[in-house]
Design a protein around this ligand. Sequence first.
Ligand code: 5GP
Ligand code: ZN
Length: 140
Amino acid sequence: MADCIFCKIVKGEIPSFKVYEDDTVFAFADINPISDGHTLIIPKKHAENIWEIPADDLAAIHRASKKVAAALKSSLNLDGVAVLQLNGRGVNQVVMHYHLHLIPHISGNPKFFMTDWELKPGNMDVIRKNAEKIASAIAA
Ligand code: 5GP
Ligand code: ZN
């Protein structure tokens, strides 16, 4: 897509710090890292979000995430990795080209704000109804 910043990164029209690539995916360092080693994995073929991306590209991204996560673990002093992926303006997707964030948590650093939510038991009736609604949408 002509105006897409991540398509330009794939084509080398905008510079990036490449971590990994294969025929289908490209992985590079995020320029506003939440932590050391914050890496993005994207499909080479433009797709905006989880609804648009072909399943094979999604599978390739997750296969690559195994390699990148292993490399993060062996090269950084980490005690966890957050794998985050945002779809849509409502959850603050900023770049509209699918991307999987791998965000290492470096040992001893404060907890990430987005992984530190409070657990509050939900209403079982509402939980069950929503699960049923989703299950029937999958079956349809
Ligand atoms: P999201 O859309 O999931 O909110 O996040 C977009 C991510 O892309 C952000 O973490 C941001 O730092 C990163 N980003 C935006 N523009 C560029 C860029 O030109 N180069 C790189 N390497 N990362 C970018
Ligand atoms: Zn794109």
